[in-house]
Design a binder for this molecule. Structure first.
Ligand code: CMP
Length: 138
């Protein structure tokens, strides 16, 4: 069944010039781009987006990193979009990511790991609404 997920191309991947390659990987894997925007977020906005991680030891560093430069926010659609995007991204830590995954190809560390993808349907709904208004989903 067709499903939507939310993704971010993170500041590390954008600084290294991997934005186009990652978008191409996503499209080649069969995702339709429902919405896309390049923007920068503030530290408080990053804290709002990642609030579920607020007790984690890496929260301060993660939100500093995510507000350190431009990102690309995406809404993607395909059958089993949430699971399939997570497969395409690979493990959170690129050292554990399988060959051919985005994180294996482009990520530098467990924090600066090139791409984010929603982990569940409720999370996707929250994350899409955080970045996009309904009229931007086309
Ligand atoms: P993401 O999929 O965006 O979800 C939470 C993010 O926190 C994750 O990708 C990483 O960027 C970061 N993260 C997760 N675990 C760690 C960790 N152990 N140390 C530093 N950053 C982490």
């Amino acid at each position: 069944m067709s499903q939507r997920t939310f993704s971010i191309i993170k500041p590390d991947a954008m600084r290294k010039g991997h934005t186009g390659a990652i978008l191409a990987d996503i499209e080649k894997a069969g995702f339709r781009i429902v919405a896309i925007k390049k923007l920068s977020i503030s530290k408080p906005q990053a804290e709002g987006f990642y609030y579920v991680h607020k007790e984690r030891p890496f929260f301060d560093s993660l939100t500093t990193f995510m507000s350190s430069g431009p990102i690309v926010a995406l809404v993607l659609e395909k059958d089993n979009a949430i699971g399939d995007l997570r497969k395409l991204m690979g493990a959170t830590n690129p050292a554990n990511a399988e060959e051919g995954t985005i994180r294996k190809r482009y990520a530098g560390s467990i924090e600066e790991n090139a791409i984010h993808g929603s982990d569940a349907a409720e999370t996707a709904q929250f994350e899409i609404g955080f970045f996009f208004a309904g009229h931007e989903l086309v």
